[in-house]
Design a protein around this ligand. Sequence first.
Ligand SMILES: NC(=O)c1ccc[n+]([C@@H]2O[C@H](COP(=O)([O-])OP(=O)(O)OC[C@H]3O[C@@H](n4cnc5c(N)ncnc54)[C@H](O)[C@@H]3O)[C@@H](O)[C@H]2O)c1
Length: 256
Amino acid sequence: MGRFTGKTGLVMGVASDHSIAWAISQALLAEDARLAFTYLPFQSNERRVRQLLEPLAPDMLVPCDVRKDDDIAQAFATLGQTYDRIDFLLHSIAFAPPDELKKPYVETSRAAWHLAMDASVYSLVATSRAAAPLMTQGGAILTISYFGGEKVIPGYNLMGVCKAALEHSVRYLAWDLGRQAIRVNALSAGPMRTISSAGITGFDELRDYAAHKAPLRRNVEPEDLGRAGVYLLGDDASGVTGEIVHVDCGFNVLGL
Ligand SMILES: NC(=O)c1ccc[n+]([C@@H]2O[C@H](COP(=O)([O-])OP(=O)(O)OC[C@H]3O[C@@H](n4cnc5c(N)ncnc54)[C@H](O)[C@@H]3O)[C@@H](O)[C@H]2O)c1
């Protein structure tokens, strides 16, 4: 029997087999979780995600652009029709226009700032609000952050400011939803090569640097994130909420 036997959750943010959401999903499935999925309905993304997820025969695989209230309402209505209740939500979503990320933060346009905050931060608020009524026996919500929300990582720019807002949203959501026995945490992941990270200038250098400098002298592997995701979404973390848990081989403890 797995640690998630009898538990059901929604995973938002699988785009490929390199996605952090995929790594955590694999670990959850290995613990016997039942998973429903949403994906961004964008031509090439939709094809890739369906090819990856359909073989798992999930109970639910529906489109959801988190910038659209109607999409969120529809996805969670389908979720409520599919299951009596859910136990967890994995929010592994972020977006900023790649051209804007290449600019110094001081050059960020108003439109890009709003778009990035909407897709990367408000989406956690909106999906947590939609998920809470389905978590009738309590639950766990997990989002994915990065150290660039705490310290300046040149090149991370606008997304760093989004991650700072995301991390503080986690704390406020933990307060609001704690009275319903719903825990809200963030996993602050070390750098991983994914579709999203390809948009960050100097990402490969950053990854090489982290591999040499981190206390564990390596970068994170998908399995590191999977195991931490299982911990934070499961009963082993029953007393943990409002936390930003670093899974970065210790990189964040360095001063120099
Ligand atoms: N890759 C890294 O190095 C790293 C490190 C720390 C944190 N993160 C964070 O992990 C999370 C997942 O990213 P990833 O690296 O796995 O990349 P990814 O590209 O595999 O996943 C990003 C997901 O966000 C989804 N998305 C973007 N805009 C959306 C929208 N409007 N509606 C619905 N979905 C939308 C994409 O479809 C994709 O599934 C992000 O929050 C990212 O910032 C990544």
